[in-house]
Design a protein around this ligand. Structure first.
Ligand SMILES: COC(=O)C(/C=C/C1=C(C)CCCC1(C)C)=C/O[C@H]1C=C(C)C(=O)O1
Ligand SMILES: O=C(O)CCC(=O)C(=O)O
Ligand SMILES: [Fe+2]
Length: 364
């Protein structure tokens, strides 16, 4: 008997949102219209746009004793209470931030046929398209994505690196090298806020996995009905997000059970703690749920770097961070398996982290 083909995932037809925007249909296609409970919150019900803590990186690196100590306190508070912070004076050349934004914009404005030379196939996470779609009846995000695995090199898929715009690959390489160093330094300071050795994470992570994802959100005639990106927490250890200049305010985080918009500080990166740090710190530092909303007239671009341990490592709560007041909440698992679980599950709040939770003991 002929081998039975493994059934491909049937995701149905996925409309490209930039093309939809150009066609301006009279109504938003049903697959993008969210159920009432999922729709963006009316502005009046949002948490006021309180700014997430701002960390002045230059004060950590070369501040005097007082500056260093107050910045470290701020960093601790950010990781414990917010799971999000913005980093200013990060030392990465602003011209590089402009260049990555420019090549990303130039990529997204290419004709659809050109972008579709690099398809993100159903069930995969690299290339151009929509990730995390696994069925025909799943709601779609009002977003076009382009994602590439970067480090270690074996996760690269060379045929997905675009030929146009000409400077795309070169710019991604230089930018990612700088963001990688920033992640390494931030993790050193984060380790020290936990009374761990500065090189603790660097040593544990091995050759860290790094990926880049560019998200483009065209304007939407009915931003009240759709989501730019479904609520989720990131599977990474750290995520570094650059928001395009002049775009709408689109990122929202779940703070005290209410959605709060994040107003980007000029030339800053938004950093968030991913699931992996939540597990390693036994929940002391939180990976916070976030989503993106769209705007009636403005588009928005975000350039996101995921930084995570090598797939080989086994991880679980750091023993120093577990005690009778903070009992072990997560099991030990292989990070490669978690990554696989993450990229094969739909974005659904913090659901993917259930993979790592220790089953709660039933009262006897
Ligand atoms: C669309 O992709 C993602 O959202 C994403 C995937 C990142 C990855 C690649 C694009 C290439 C292969 C590596 C990796 C899975 C990291 C999110 O990344 C999160 C999820 C995990 C797990 C993680 O480490 O970052
Ligand atoms: O575009 C944004 O602001 C959010 C992006 C994001 O959360 C992600 O890519 O994981
Ligand atoms: Fe995210």
């Amino acid at each position: 008997m002929a081998p039975v083909p493994i059934s491909p995932i049937n995701v149905g037809h996925i409309d490209d949102v930039q093309e939809l925007r150009k066609a301006r249909p009279a109504t938003i296609p049903e697959r993008f219209v969210r159920d009432m409970t999922e729709r963006p919150t009316p502005a009046t019900a949002l948490q006021s746009p309180n700014t997430v803590p701002i960390i002045d990186f230059s004060r950590l690196v070369r501040g005097n004793k007082d500056e260093y100590e107050s910045e470290m306190l701020q960093l601790t508070r950010a990781c414990e209470e917010w799971g999000f912070f913005q980093v200013i004076n990060h030392g990465i050349d602003l011209s590089l931030l402009e260049s990555i934004e420019k090549v990303a914009e130039d990529f997204f404005v290419l004709p659809l046929e050109e972008k579709q030379k690099y398809p993100m196939l159903p069930g995969t996470v690299q290339g151009y398209g929509q990730a995390f779609v696994f069925s025909e009846d799943q709601k779609l995000d009002w977003c076009n994505m382009f994602a590439l695995g970067l480090e270690p090199h074996f996760i690269r898929v060379p045929k997905l690196w675009p030929a146009k715009p000409l400077k795309f690959s070169e710019t991604v390489e230089v930018y990612s090298g700088e963001v990688r160093k920033l992640c390494q330094h931030l993790l050193e300071y984060i380790a020290m806020t936990l009374n761990l050795r500065a090189d603790f994470f660097e040593e544990m992570f091995g050759v860290a996995v790094q990926a880049i994802r560019m998200n483009y959100y065209p304007p939407c005639a009915r931003p009240d009905l759709v989501l730019g990106l479904s609520p989720h927490s990131d599977g990474s250890a750290l995520t570094v997000l650059q928001q395009g200049k002049g775009g709408s305010v689109g990122l929202q985080i779940l703070k005290d059970n209410k959605w709060m918009p994040i107003q980007p500080a000029p030339n800053a990166f938004v950093i968030n703690i991913g699931d992996t740090l939540e597990v390693l710190t036994n929940g002391k530092y939180k990976s916070v749920e976030h989503r993106a909303v769209t705007h009636k007239e403005k588009d928005r671009l975000s350039i996101v770097t995921f930084y995570a341990p090598s797939y080989e490592i086994e991880l679980g709560p750091i023993p120093e961070l577990v005690d009778e007041n903070n009992p072990c909440k997560y099991r030990t698992y292989n990070h490669g398996e978690y990554s696989k679980h993450y990229v094969t599950s739909k974005l659904q709040g913090k659901k993917t982290l259930e993979f790592a939770k220790v089953e709660s003991k039933k009262p006897t």
